[in-house]
Ligand binder design. Structure first.
Ligand SMILES: [Fe+2]
Ligand SMILES: [Fe+2]
Length: 162
């Protein structure tokens, strides 16, 4: 990062990197959780849900990429050891349900992850509103995506009431 770019950040850069690293872990775990659930689920409506899960899994990977870029730009190092993803994650990871026909559980687990992501990005966007505008802007974009995701999953939850 250039001299001026560094100068305009009023936040503690180590704090920003630490917060982004947590979110980065969340995004990777969401990506993996949704991707695996897409492979795992079975049953009548599974194909519809599968496509949605794959699409959102890709979105979460895109989020991880954005965050990784900002971490590197700030002079940080994205998590190099995948074993640390769970340790550092704020929102955690839910294994797909043992019963691959339990689509309702899959939807609920995704909803929980999205709710946590919204809380995280809302809090962080607020935190860096005036002290790191570039990070703030990125967090706002992420927040907007997760808000859309939650809406979609709430609708799906309404359809899969069984
Ligand atoms: Fe995300
Ligand atoms: Fe999401």
């Amino acid at each position: 990062m250039g001299r001026k770019s560094r100068e305009i950040i009023k936040a503690n850069v180590d704090d920003v990197i630490a917060d982004l690293t947590k979110a980065y872990a969340d995004e990777w775990l969401a990506h993996y959780q949704y991707w695996l659930a897409a492979k795992w689920i079975r049953g009548m409506d599974a194909d519809t849900l599968r496509d949605i899960l794959v699409g959102q899994s890709n979105d979460e990977l895109g989020h991880a990429e954005k965050i990784a870029n900002r971490i590197i730009q700030l002079g940080g190092t994205p998590i190099m050891d995948p074993g640390k993803l769970l340790q550092i994650s704020g929102c955690g990871y839910k294994q797909p349900p043992g019963d691959p026909n339990n689509l309702k559980q899959v939807i609920q687990d995704v909803l929980d992850a999205e709710t946590c992501a919204i809380e995280t990005y809302n809090k962080l966007a607020e935190k860096y509103r005036t002290t790191d505008l570039v990070t703030h802007e990125m967090l706002e974009d992420l927040l907007e995506d997760e808000v859309d995701d939650e809406e979609q999953w709430e609708e799906l939850g309404g359809i899969w009431k069984k």
